[in-house]
Design a protein around this ligand. Sequence first.
Ligand code: GDP
Length: 335
Amino acid sequence: MLRFWKRNQEKASDAAAASVTEARPDMEKPGLLNRFKQAVSATRKSIFSHIGDLALGKRRIDADVLEHLEEALIAADIGPRTTMEILDKARQQVDRKALDDFDALKNFIKSELRSILSKASNQLDSSPHSGAPYVILVVGVNGTGKTTTIGKLAYRFKQQGADVLLCGADTFRAAATDQLAVWAERAGVPLIQHAAGGDPAAVVFDALKAAKARGADIVIVDTAGRLHTKLDLMQEVQKVRRVAAREVAGAPHEVLLVMDAVTGQNGLEQARQFLQAAGVTGLVLTKLDGTAKGGIVVAIARELNLPIQYVGIGEALDDLVEFSPDAYVDSLFED
Ligand code: GDP
C-alpha cells in the first residue's frame, strides 16, 4: 500500500498522536471485511442468485453446477478469460474427484482469484525520503471520481499525521477547481490553484514551491480529466510530470489512475491510454459500492497488471479503503 513515513522524529510523534485519535472513530466503524462486504453486496447477491441452492451444499459438483458458476462469474464481470481458466481448472479437479462439494469449489475459486490479485498487488511504498515533499499525481477521465478520491486521500494522509497540500492543475474546467476547493475544505488541507484557463504546469510549479517552503510532506496534484483531444490530454500530463521532476527530485513519486468500477470492461481501454503516457504506478478503483459487477477488480488487476492501491466504497470523506485481496475475495463469497 501507499504508506507514509514521517520525515523526522518530531513529526513521527505527531503521527503517533494522530493515530491515537484516529483509532477512535475506526473502532466504531465496521472492520475492513465488513466494509468490503457492504461495498460488494450487490455483486455478492448476483453471484448467489446464479448459483442458487447450490450454495446450500445440497448438490454434488457436476457439469450443470459448473455452468451456473460460469454464468455467475461472467455476470460479476470477472472477465471471460479468467472465468474460462478457472472453470477449466475446476473441471479437471472435479474429474479427478478433488472437488466434490460446494465449499471445496468455493475455496478453490477464492484461492484462484487471490492468486491473480496478489500478482497485481506488488506493493509500492513511499519509503522515507529526504526533505522534499512526496508528490502524487492523480490522473483519469472526468466523472470517474477523481476529485472525490483526491479529497479522500488528503483526509486519509492528514489523519495519519501528514502535512498535505493539494494542487489544482486541472485548469481546463472552472468547475474542476471549484469542486477541488470544496474537497480541500472538507479534508482541512490547503489548496494551490490558479484561475481557470491558466497553465497547469505553472500551478504545479507554485504548489511545489509552496510545499517546500512550508515543509509539506505530501502534495496531491489533480490533473485534467478532459481536453480538446486525447493527445492534448496526454501531453499535458507529461508536461506536469516534467515540471514536477524539475522542482522535486524523483517527482512524481506516484501516479495514481482513478478508474470507475461502474464502467466495467469499457474503462479498461480508457485506462490503457493513460498507462504509458502518464507513467501510471497504481490504481484507485472508485464506486465499487455502485455496481453488481464488482468482479471487475479482478479483470482490471489482471489486464493492467498494476497494484490496486485504494478502493472507493461510497461518497463520504472516509469511504476509501486500502485494497485487500483477502477481504475483497472473502466479501464476494461469504454471507
Ligand atoms: P471527477 O469528475 O472524476 O472529478 O468525479 P467526481 O469526484 O466529481 O465524482 C463523480 C461522482 O461520483 C460524484 O457524484 C461522486 O460523489 C461519485 N463518487 C466518487 N467516488 C465514489 C465512490 O467510491 N462511490 C460512490 N457511490 N460514488 C462515488
